[in-house]
Design a protein around this ligand. Structure first.
Ligand SMILES: [Zn+2]
Length: 79
């Protein structure tokens, strides 16, 4: 099975894995709820390919920067 990781924010290609023996626990999918699985995972068993929506480095950094930004605003409001 081939797993292709795509960024959920910018739809950019992140990378891919090719695994012959795998299970949901190994990939961390067992921690997702059914709704999350439907949202983030997309299987094509005929093509032996799974698409996994994740977050790329650039979007992750942007998100983190945003959180720090808002945290600082909150801090300055408190003081
Ligand atoms: Zn991205």
């Amino acid at each position: 099975m081939r797993f292709v990781y795509i960024c959920n924010q910018c739809a950019g290609y992140i990378g891919e894995l090719e695994l012959n023996n795998w299970d949901e626990t190994m990939l961390g999918f067992d921690t997702l709820t059914l709704a999350e699985k439907q949202e983030f995972l997309d299987w094509d068993f005929q093509q032996q390919q799974g698409t996994v929506k994740a977050i790329c480095d650039a979007c992750y950094q942007a998100k983190m920067a945003e959180q720090v930004f808002y945290a600082e605003i909150n801090n300055s409001l408190l003081h």
